[in-house]
Ligand binder design. Sequence first.
Ligand code: NIG
Ligand code: FE
Length: 407
Amino acid sequence: MIKVYKDISQLATLEGAYQKDGRNLNPQDLTLINDGCVVFDSKEILWVGKSSDIPKDYSNLPYQSMKGKTLTPEIVDSHTHLIFGGDRSEEYAMRLNGEDYQKIAEAGGGILSTSRATNNLSSQELFKLCCQRIERIYSYGIGTIEIKSGYGLNLNKEKELTLIIDKLKKHYTPKIQIFNTFMPAHAVAPGFKTGSEYIEKVVFPLLEELAPIKIIDAVDIFHEKGYFNSQDVVLLFEEAKRLGLKIKSHADEFQNNNGALLASSYQAVSADHLLRISEEGIKELSQSKTVATLLPGTAFFLGKEQVNARKLLDKGVKVAMASDYNPGSCHCDNLLLLASLAAPTYKMNICELWSAITLNSAHALGLKKQGAVIKGLKPRFSLFDTKNLSQITYSWGRNFSLNHLFH
Ligand code: NIG
Ligand code: FE
């Protein structure tokens, strides 16, 4: 069925940003249309323009008036760890009282403590918790959500987590698009001497079983001292390449370990965190297809210095932002709020901000058929109850989303 949205007070198509592959963006690359119109069916966008210019073929169709509203490409949260049990509020208080995130992890807290809590929940309990979290995220206007496994840390539970994410994907299609990232390489589980031993005994057997049934959208790894070293990362990336799976990486977060360089050399769809990225890493990303995904909430929440985003942007790196929603390093699920707060610190212009959470974050998942409101792309939009785009992040923390009107 063909749908027509007419009289959209402001339609941000991001056509300019799309033409420039999300790099070196000016405010004009938002390509705003006032009093806009979009015509689409369930598969693709058929026409975009001013309401007054609607072609004859569509002008007699029934339409929905979107007067007073703003339409953008769909907001994509390309990095979450939202499948977990328990919470880490105690650790948060410890951090406020002077303890360090990595020291807490070394003492058996951190990812391992969430892993214990996750293993204590049944598949049904986890599914229900995830539904609550996904629906809350959707209520902010975020329609595509990546979910990483990685708090099971053993064969049975990690398999279960990947299957739950797949069930969530089927449950929410097409309203919410879920992206299934396989990340048992989140921490080395107790009982394994090295990262490579854990990869060979847990990660590889699972990949062998799950890759052929095509439910994994990408693999990811925590490339960081105390977690997985560069050799472990190569081991995993080689296997992912052999299986034809997309690659993502947690890179250069607490230390520079040439994580961005390594990810880019394997044509990863994204390298994420990057608080300690080197000059060489920035140069490499500027010439590569790998998207730099910045996670401002994590640095805010851990009290770490933010990445110099301006430097990446000025060198022509394709920059995305995501929430990193997880129980430890960033217990915030609202990407739009995080982006509103981060953009002035990152010194981003308004187009860089919106590209980072729509076009570029879609590309950070390898989703090239969305991220702009252009003929031929997928009709994945976000709709807001306000008359122009700047209102949305200007009123930070306020929820203008009208996405529920789509379904
Ligand atoms: O991206 N870096 C690894 N994983 C999460 C933190 C997970 C946790 O603390 O539970 C992150 O920050
Ligand atoms: Fe993460």
